[in-house]
Ligand binder design. Structure first.
Ligand code: SF4
Ligand code: SF4
Ligand code: SF4
Length: 298
């Protein structure tokens, strides 16, 4: 599979069809991989694509990063099924045009939850929770699919509260749930790693960095931390595609993505909308009608 992907990436780079291929290369030790930007056909042997390829690379296709601004003809990207979902969402939000990206993909059995849990194989004990019940192990879209023609798969299942932590949280009394988050947020020191890895945090200047007006208290005390997380969760409602990177990036193990996992279910129940499944349908909370009957929106 990897040889086939490398060969095709090399051809497209050498024919000038692609300016760059964003993929994964071996990392600093055998348990991890790192994002890599391949610009020359001779470098494609660096590319790997296996269960250690955790990072959500569509992050680099978001306009707030420099790559789309460089007037590149076309960017190639190695994408797992969940990454394809993130790309689809970026297209729906006008961050990217479909013709600006060339997707390399392959069937996916899952990725490891953290590099330190990698013991040479993927199994129930080290698999990322997002992979449980994943319906995009066969990606919904790809320009080059290793394994022949991309099969069509029905994807009508609603989101499931698959993470055991989310099931527990939903089952808690309101006060207990608040205590859970207060306990977690006491550790947050506002490093913003969760924001920096998110493919859908799109603002050039985040509301929490703005000082005029100063919408959110920048101090990492309880009030400032709650305001930051509630605001970020609301900005991602119906947009988060569940890559889990925010939680993985958090140095103090706060499960930030649980908010957005829950909100995905709420948005689907309320509006019948699933993020990352349509390039043309807009997320419900970023659309409005000028003739909306409620005055506040006009
Ligand atoms: S969520 Fe699905 S596509 Fe993404 S890594 Fe897990 S199994 Fe693969
Ligand atoms: S899981 Fe976290 S990092 Fe991934 S899209 Fe959702 S909010 Fe962003
Ligand atoms: S990564 Fe963790 S510590 Fe940093 S801002 Fe996000 S939740 Fe807080």
């Amino acid at each position: 599979m990897i040889e086939e992907l490398r060969k095709h990436a090399k051809e497209l780079l050498e024919y000038g069809e692609l300016d760059v291929v964003i993929g994964y290369a071996e990392g600093s030790d055998p348990t991890r991989t790192s994002p890599v930007f391949i610009r020359k056909g001779d470098d494609v042997d660096k590319l790997v694509f296996d269960a250690r390829c955790i990072n959500s690379l569509p992050l680099y296709l978001n306009k707030r990063h420099e790559y789309p601004d460089k007037k590149l003809k076309k960017t190639g990207i190695f994408a797992k099924g969940c990454d394809v979902r993130a790309i689809t969402q970026l297209i729906a939000e006008n961050q990217l045009k479909r013709e600006e990206v060339y997707i390399f993909s392959a069937p996916c059995e899952g990725v490891v939850s953290h590099p330190e849990n990698w013991d040479g194989a993927l199994h129930d004990g080290n698999c990322a929770s997002k992979c449980v019940g994943c319906d995009v192990k066969i990606p919904a879209d790809a320009d080059f699919y290793s394994g022949g023609e991309l099969p069509k798969v029905e994807r009508n299942e609603p989101y499931q509260a698959s993470a055991p932590q989310l099931v527990n949280l939903i089952g808690m009394a309101k006060d207990d749930r608040f205590a859970f988050w207060r306990n977690d947020f006491d550790r947050c020191f506002k490093c913003y790693a969760c924001r920096e890895v998110c493919p859908h945090c799109s603002c050039n200047i985040c509301i929490t960095d703005r000082t005029q007006p100063n919408w959110i208290d920048q101090a990492a005390h309880q009030k400032g931390v709650f305001a930051w997380h509630m605001t970020r969760a609301m900005h991602l409602v119906g947009r988060c595609t569940g890559c889990g990177e925010c939680t993985r990036a958090c140095p103090v193990d706060i499960q930030v993505d649980l908010f957005n996992q829950r909100m995905k279910e709420v948005i689907q129940e309320t509006y019948g909308y699933k993020s990352g499944y349509s390039e043309s349908e807009k997320p419900p909370l970023i659309t409005y009608k000028t003739d909306d009957p409620q005055e506040f929106i006009r």
